[in-house]
Design a protein around this ligand. Structure first.
Ligand SMILES: Nc1ncnc2c1ncn2[C@@H]1O[C@H](COP(=O)(O)OP(=O)(O)O)[C@@H](O)[C@H]1O
Ligand SMILES: [Mg+2]
Length: 237
């Protein structure tokens, strides 16, 4: 369980999300509480339609919650309303996203795919490529730096997308079913890498999954059902 003395990097209190209005309204999140410390990897599990992706999208400022509070580091970013005017900068600098599909840009080579968010954040191309190469090395794909995404295996592409998520050193990474297209051996490699990166860079990582092979690796798990979260100790503790 979270030690109350540890600094929280993510703190969610009573988050709600209702899609639509009136008769057609869907209460996707009814009451979500969550807290994560730097360097922690937590699992988010629950049946299809239980609100996992909705929660990640709210936390990543991709969609607007309906009520509740989200604190990121020392900053309250949402309190019944967004407390920031620049949500784009928040997404670029504070949050890394990893999806089920790597969504690499097909006409850029591997190193430029990884370097792009750093260039967009204002670093020079040379500096961004240097950072990208260092990350590709840490992820064991530096030998593919000049390849095009289509020339890579699924596991290699996912590692490139992890490097891209890490390049701006976000305090939080949100991973929505990141191992779904991989076989269980490669899925476990990706999870091991995410744990190493969390440890090395003190990044908090939330991994949505229903992969039976990787659930036992988590120390802490949030299970979500009917829009409400429940915290559990995982087998990896
Ligand atoms: N854009 C949307 N508009 C209306 N309802 C939505 C929308 N996105 C998701 N939902 C509904 O919200 C609930 C939670 O969906 P989602 O967060 O995608 O669940 P999960 O990722 O756990 O499968 C589901 O009932 C889904 O149909
Ligand atoms: Mg989903």
């Amino acid at each position: 369980m979270v030690n109350a003395n540890n600094k929280r990097v993510v703190f969610i209190e009573g988050l709600r999300k209702r899609y639509g209005k009136g008769e057609a309204a869907v209460d996707a999140l009814i009451h979500v509480d969550m807290q994560i410390t730097p360097g922690e990897v937590v699992g988010l599990v629950g049946p299809s339609g239980s609100g996992k992706s909705t929660l990640l999208k709210c936390l990543g400022a991709v969609i607007e919650p309906t009520a509740g509070r989200i604190t990121l580091g020392d900053e309250v970013i949402y309190d019944n309303n967004w407390k920031l005017s620049n949500l784009r900068a928040l997404r670029r600098d504070k949050i890394g996203f990893i999806f089920q599909m790597p969504y690499l840009i097909q006409f850029l080579n591997v190193v430029d795919n990884v370097a792009l968010p750093s260039m967009l954040a204002g670093r020079t191309n040379k500096e961004a490529r240097k950072q990208a190469l260092a990350l590709l090395e840490a992820l064991d794909v530096a030998h593919r730096a000049n390849a095009m995404p289509s020339q890579l295996s699924g596991g290699e592409q996912q590692r490139v997308s992890i490097a891209r998520a890490l390049i701006n050193r976000p305090p939080v990474i949100l991973a929505d079913e990141p191992t779904a297209p991989l076989d269980s051996e490669r899925a476990l490699v990706v999870i091991r890498i995410l744990n190493q990166m969390a440890h090395q860079y003190k990044t908090a990582i939330i991994i949505v999954t229903h992969d039976e092979k990787i659930i036992p690796t988590f120390k802490r798990i949030y299970s979500i059902r009917d829009g409400k979260t429940h915290e559990m100790t995982g087998e990896g503790a």
